[in-house]
Design a protein. Structure first.
Length: 300
């Protein structure tokens, strides 16, 4: 009886500890997802707040809308560009910060600083710096003779997306650098000693010791940053607003336009559901292709 009572008290304590967090998770994460998926099967707008069942008509309309596919292509290009460059940025600065140097603490703080800045500050800062009329970037480039006329970085049809990728990498590449640095510092130094005894140089040590040990971290960063970048809205909205002429309108901005410019909440919810489905399929493919448990075992 005493043992059963202790088990009951333990279950009550565990349940009481988990329940508030579980309720908060359901209210903040799962209920909005369920509502958005449900809304995608209804016709609802700001001018007609009553929900009318339309089945798959919202999805059929979206799949026949060229803007959806163009936005999907831009989202894919933006995601691949930002994730690949963030990994390269993080690898470079992670290796650099892992070396012993004077003022190492200050240098690490400067590298990580962009990630700590609010996105609205970064967006407005680069919108001012890249301005073709009074931006400091154009002024510096003209002063050193690299260009003769100002470049409209965020207002060019061909260059806006690349400028946007550069701004995003500058802010979020620090996260990758921090994660890679943490993994580098946990690599056993004896592995490098054994490689050097075998006659391996710095480059060979990187390929045979450093990179294999970073494999799991790089794959996890690619997954996390891929999900976050595919959903990225704030920095794009603040810098270009999806322009010029929808040149940087990704899927999140496309859904935003449907909801708050066209006031069609049903189709906007369907667009978000498609985005959610793409991420789920991508995550399933990732865990099927790159089994994290297998990667950890190999890393050991």
């Amino acid at each position: 009886m005493i043992e059963a009572g202790n088990r009951y008290e333990r279950m009550r304590w565990v349940g009481g500890s988990i329940l508030p967090a579980l309720i908060l998770l359901v209210a903040i994460v799962f209920l909005p997802i369920i509502y958005a998926v449900t809304l995608s099967f209804f016709d609802k707008s700001a001018f007609n707040p009553e929900m009318t069942w339309v089945g798959l008509k919202n999805f059929a309309w979206l799949l026949n809308d060229p803007d959806l596919w163009l936005s999907f292509g831009r989202s894919t290009f933006f995601t691949l560009g930002t994730v690949s460059m963030q990994l390269a940025w993080g690898l470079f600065f992670g290796l650099l910060l892992n070396r012993a140097m004077h003022g190492q603490g200050i240098f690490r703080s400067l590298v990580i600083l962009p990630y700590l800045l609010p996105t609205i500050v970064v967006g407005l800062l680069f919108k001012w710096m890249l301005n073709p009329e009074y931006g400091i970037v154009n002024q510096v480039l003209m002063d050193i003779g690299l260009i003769d006329l100002p470049i409209n970085f965020l207002g060019s049809l061909n260059g806006a997306m690349f400028s946007l990728i550069g701004v995003t990498v500058w802010q979020y590449g620090s996260f990758a650098a921090l994660m890679i640095l943490a993994r580098l510092q946990s690599i056993n130094p004896r592995l490098y000693e054994a490689a050097k005894v075998s006659g391996a140089g710095p480059l060979q040590c990187f390929w045979d010791v450093t990179l294999p040990n970073l494999r799991t971290t790089l794959l996890m960063l690619a997954l996390l940053r891929g999900i976050w970048m595919f959903n990225k809205f704030d920095i794009i909205f603040l810098t270009t607003g999806g322009g010029p002429l929808q040149a940087t309108e990704t899927l999140p901005l496309y859904a935003y336009r449907l909801a708050f410019e066209d006031f069609d909440f049903g189709r906007a919810a369907a667009a978000c559901t498609i985005m959610f489905a793409v991420l789920v399929v991508g995550s399933i493919f990732y865990f099927w292709k790159f089994d994290p448990s297998r990667e950890v075992e190999v890393g050991r």
